[in-house]
Design a protein around this ligand. Structure first.
Ligand code: AMP
Ligand code: MN
Ligand code: MN
Ligand code: MN
Length: 281
């Protein structure tokens, strides 16, 4: 009997909006004896870099990763980059671009919130976040602490989620330029959680075609806890379009009802796993 390859190629650490440190994530992945593991923080590789050597020492296959915020047809689309050279100039340039965009975006969001009398300053936000990059979840947390909303869910639902006042995405790199930068730095680009964008089938296929046109090679066929029907639909798209299949928990925090690091069903047999691209040397 063949042993299934176990992988989790989408997780978040304290370097972005996850609650566990990169070390803690690495420990969970090691406990699970994952064959491939990636820390894919939003627009930063600081978490990955901080445990790279430790992963080598432990002997776990930690793949370079990030989750890039991009813009496609006015929609915010997340692209997971895997197995790139973190020192490549195209990657350095991409990360700098996104860091600048994220700071400018945060300032815009805070200005918009100030207009509705929600007083949050960049410095208090930064000190609440610490070393990690600022994201909407951190803004939501401060909104709760200040009593503007009752919980983070409400913060997203009313103010920060898709189409709301604080949903600012126009500064992100274009999907096409983001994919190109990942490819140029030797990596593979993967469409993250394709089922989370509320796209019609026609629009999803248009996204896939544009993504492939830019050099994208993969799609997350399994993202966290999802219905088997969705896995089947995404597998069919992967095979029809010749895309490699990826798998990830999108882990942010331990939750009793959530998916833990590496706690995922195997990829369906009919798809080609993305790690076939990793085993080149
Ligand atoms: P950002 O990187 O600043 O665009 O923030 C995006 C992150 O916010 C996502 O990766 C999720 O972790 C989180 N998020 C998005 N939508 C929601 C929501 N409705 N409720 C809670 N967290 C959310
Ligand atoms: Mn997140
Ligand atoms: Mn995402
Ligand atoms: Mn994610």
């Amino acid at each position: 009997m063949t042993q299934h390859i176990q992988a989790d190629l989408h997780t978040h650490s304290t370097a972005s909006d996850g609650v566990l440190s990169p070390e803690e994530l690495l420990q969970l992945a090691t406990d699970k004896q994952l064959d491939y593991f990636a820390i894919t923080d939003h627009d930063t590789i600081a978490g990955y870099l901080s445990v790279r050597e430790k992963a080598v020492a432990i002997g776990i296959n930690l793949i370079a990763g990030l989750e890039l915020s991009t813009l496609w047809s006015g929609i915010g689309i997340h692209i997971v980059g895997l197995n790139f050279d973190p020192t490549h100039s195209a990657m350095i340039k991409l990360l700098q671009y996104q860091t600048d965009a994220r700071i400018a975006r945060t300032e815009t969001i805070l200005k918009k919130l100030a207009k509705i009398s929600f007083g949050i300053s960049l410095s208090e936000l930064q000190s609440s976040v610490g070393d990690g990059v600022i994201g909407r979840p951190h803004i939501a947390k401060l909104m709760v602490e200040k009593g503007y909303v009752k919980d983070t869910n409400q913060a997203f639902k009313k103010y920060l989620g898709a189409g709301k006042l604080g949903d600012v995405k126009n500064g992100w790199i274009s999907l096409s330029d983001g994919v190109k930068a990942i490819r140029e730095s030797g990596g593979a680009a993967v469409i993250a959680h394709p089922n989370h964008y509320n796209l019609t089938r026609t629009k999803l296929l248009r996204l896939v075609d544009d993504f492939i046109g830019a050099g994208g090679q993969g799609i997350e066929v399994i993202s966290g806890k999802q219905h088997r029907d969705i896995t089947d639909k995404l597998s069919a798209i992967a095979t029809d379009k010749g895309l490699y299949a990826s798998i990830g928990s999108d882990f942010h925090r331990p939750l009793s009802f959530g998916v833990g690091v590496g706690e995922l069903p195997p990829l369906p047999d009919n798809v080609t796993p993305i790690w076939e691209l990793f085993a080149t040397h």
